[in-house]
Design a protein around this ligand. Structure first.
Ligand SMILES: *Cc1c(COP(=O)(O)O)cnc(C)c1O
Length: 219
């Protein structure tokens, strides 16, 4: 299969999962995760109509996306990888959505940069939903307080929550927990589901799925 065919196939699977869940077809945003692929590998996916992409590294993104964004209007770039505060300025300048706000220090750095640059990427809080030591994200039980802190102290608008469930086992309960936390925070957006589990995530209310290898192939 070509990358265009895989993109079409993923779109069909998303729509089937939406119908299966009794949701409106088209209610899930597809974020095509292009990390590790270069501009030449990404161009056919843009040509096939995809406009929303995810990357996990700021520096790697700076090497390819300014050019790709200049070529095609309407590209939306999501940062889905961990962010260091010394990269906050670059992230605010390049990304349209930052999905990995997960601690006070980075939230403060983003708030400062957004004011300085008068640029306001949308923000998601990343939750370490399986409480895995090797993963980034705020603890589930601290999520409500952290979202509250971002809103009150920093006057940041938080769009939704994001998670990466543990690699092993059924992700369903983790997706359900993220949905419950979002509800407690009064948030409508849920970024959850990857190549291996996006249909389950859609069934549990994902509003966006981050799909890499099912579109671009193996990394
Ligand atoms: C790489 C990555 C994805 C995409 O993973 P695939 O399994 O290739 O679909 C999604 N989310 C995050 C945070 C990632 O780093």
């Amino acid at each position: 299969m070509t990358v265009e065919e895989r993109l079409v196939e993923v779109r069909h699977r998303i729509e089937a999962a939406e119908r299966e869940a009794g949701r409106t077809p088209g209610s899930t945003t597809l974020v095509a995760v292009s990390k590790t692929f270069d501009a030449d590998a990404i161009r056919p996916v843009i040509a096939a109509g995809q406009r929303i992409f995810g990357e996990n590294r700021v520096q790697e993104s700076q090497a390819k996306w300014p050019e790709l964004k200049a070529e095609t209007p309407g590209i939306q770039l999501h940062l889905i990888g961990p962010l260091q505060s010394n990269k906050a300025a670059d992230a605010v300048a390049l990304f349209d959505v930052i999905e990995t706000v997960d601690r006070e220090k980075i939230a403060r750095a983003l708030a400062e940069e957004m004011t300085r640059q008068a640029r306001h990427p949308k923000l998601y809080v990343q939750v370490n939903i399986g409480m895995e030591p090797q993963k980034a994200g705020i603890e589930p039980k601290q999520t409500v307080a952290f979202v509250d802190f971002c809103r009150r102290e920093l006057e940041l608008e938080i769009e939704g929550l994001m998670c990466i469930p543990p690699a092993e086992g059924n992700p369903g309960p983790y997706f359900a927990l993220l949905a419950k936390l979002a509800d407690e925070c009064g948030l409508q957006k849920l970024s959850m589901g990857m190549s291996g589990d996006f249909e389950i995530a859609i069934g549990m209310g994902a509003t966006s799925v981050r799909v890499g290898s099912a579109i671009f192939g193996h990394r």
